[in-house]
Design a protein around this ligand. Structure first.
Ligand code: PM9
Length: 457
């Protein structure tokens, strides 16, 4: 390994053994899981890159915080710590805790979206769009075109195209747009960041029309680190300063603490507007719990508050980005088509380019994820046509990006593990001409990728 990749800024205090399996065992496991990596048993997985969500290793500081859980039904002191963390680190006034990110998305969508409203966003995310649509909203993708091209090297591929946003406002009118949903970073574009300059411009445009900006803060620290590395004028700013500036261009945010919050469960909705906060608290008691715990135990809120402070450490986040870049570089050196530039939380394989002979409705990315598991026990996730679901007329959405995501959990794997992953992908790539597609055996109506089952054609 070349020395340009930063070494781990932590040492290992506790370990969890992982199991190696034979190809025969993996064949059986894959059939049992209906060729869906979501349905594999974790004990049959060697290196688990399904997601970076809730799979983080907590620090000794966070584990000790778990022992300080104040499990009172109301007014837990750990909620105060979480509230302080959100105010100090992100700059929002009000915090509504939820069991995870989609709990916050549910509440935000319910309090803001009316049937027939439009919600522009920088590419969809599965759970986010599902909640918008469940409330009668129509999602409109206003991300820059470059985001849909896996080989385009734009440094801020998560940016919103201001012309597309303006065109939507002109077409439907600002009163039909309750808020702009701005994700930092953009998961399905490949973990791509948004520039501060773009956030500022989006906020100015939104304010002109009285439209709110709600950010998806899930991977905001990764976004801030990309800004520090790439955006002129920010190299000497701290991650905290950049995060604060990012959220100064938002009226609120949904947060899945399971990613940049460095915990295994938890999330929140953050708001600046008192009236919206009141509406949110009247719903949180219906769906989550008291406004002072909202679906989390006191100990979980403590771990999240501590995780948020830790995530502001430049060495933590720079190392994380270096790990992801390392895997991406190894694959690019081997000529494997991946989304460029390498994103913040994952390397995305371009299944369309790897299996050009498999039509999109025979699920090339789903099959690629299955082949990778079969090869080595590495678990990845389909992020293509299966994840995109169907439109209201029952037709598949056909996303331009047909990807497999190799997602790196935070502080969990070493560079040696990433070498195993790279070697497995290379082996699967060499065998690409011998692989065919899949067909559905079972297809659930909503968020089908979680539980769908397939068989080979
Ligand atoms: N993301 C992921 O693996 C876990 C669920 S897979 C559908 O990437 C964003 C940008 C996310 C996200 C979850 C959520 C929902 C919101 N926004 O999983 O409910 O990446 O905590 O967060 C997953 P929760």
């Amino acid at each position: 390994m070349k020395r340009e990749y930063m070494a781990e800024p932590y040492k290992i205090k506790m370990v969890e053994p992982i199991k190696m399996t034979t190809r025969e065992q993996r064949e059986q496991a894959l059939k049992k899981a209906g060729y869906n990596t979501f349905l594999l048993d974790s004990e049959d997985v060697y290196i688990d890159l399904l997601t970076d969500s809730g799979t983080n290793a907590m620090s000794d500081n966070q584990w000790s915080g778990l022992m300080l859980g104040d499990e009172a039904y109301a007014g837990s002191k750990n909620f105060k710590h979480l509230e302080r963390a959100v105010r100090e680190l992100y700059g929002f006034k009000y915090v509504v805790p939820t069991h995870q990110g989609r709990g916050a998305e549910n509440i935000l969508s319910q309090i803001m979206i009316k049937p027939g409203d439009y919600v522009p966003g920088n590419m969809y995310f599965t759970t986010t769009r599902a909640h918008q649509e469940l409330n009668g909203g129509i999602f409109v993708d206003v991300i820059i075109d470059e985001a849909h091209d896996p080989s385009n090297e734009h440094p801020f591929k998560g940016n919103i195209d201001l012309n597309k946003l303006q065109a939507l406002i002109d077409e439907v009118g600002p009163e039909k747009i309750p808020y702009i949903c701005l994700a930092v970073t953009v998961n399905l574009a490949g973990g791509q960041p948004v520039a501060l300059e773009n956030m500022r411009a989006v906020y100015e445009l939104a304010q002109k029309y009285g439209i709110k900006v709600m950010m998806d803060a899930t991977r905001c620290v990764e976004n801030a680190c990309f800004i520090k590395h790439r955006e002129p004028g920010y190299a000497d700013k701290s991650i905290h300063e950049i995060v604060l500036e990012m959220f100064s261009y938002a009226d609120g945010a949904t947060m899945s603490g399971k990613k940049d919050g460095l915990v295994n469960i938890g999330g929140f909705l953050a708001l600046n507007d008192e009236e919206l906060y009141q509406k949110a608290t009247s719903l949180v008691v219906v769906y989550e719990g008291m406004p002072s715990y909202g679906g989390m135990a006191g100990r979980d809120m403590e771990a999240l508050a501590r995780g948020m402070y830790e995530s502001m450490d430049y060495y933590f986040i720079a190392h994380r980005l270096a790990q992801v870049q390392y895997l991406g570089d190894r694959l690019m050196e081997a000529g494997i088509p991946i989304v460029r530039p390498v994103g913040g939380h994952a390397v995305f394989l371009d299944a369309r380019a790897i299996y050009p002979h498999i039509p999109q409705d025979e699920f090339p990315a789903q099959m690629l994820a299955a082949q990778l598991y079969l090869e080595s026990g590495v678990r990845s996730m389909e992020r293509g046509i299966v994840s995109a679901g169907r439109d209201k007329d029952g037709n598949h959405h056909y996303p331009k990006l047909e990807l497999v995501r190799l997602t790196i959990p935070r502080r969990v794997y070493t560079y040696a593990h990433l070498d195993v992953v790279a070697d497995s992908v290379i082996a699967v790539y060499k065998n690409r001409d011998n692989v065919r597609g899949l067909r559905f055996v079972y297809e659930p109506p909503v968020l089908r990728f979680f539980t769908a089952r397939f068989e080979p054609l």
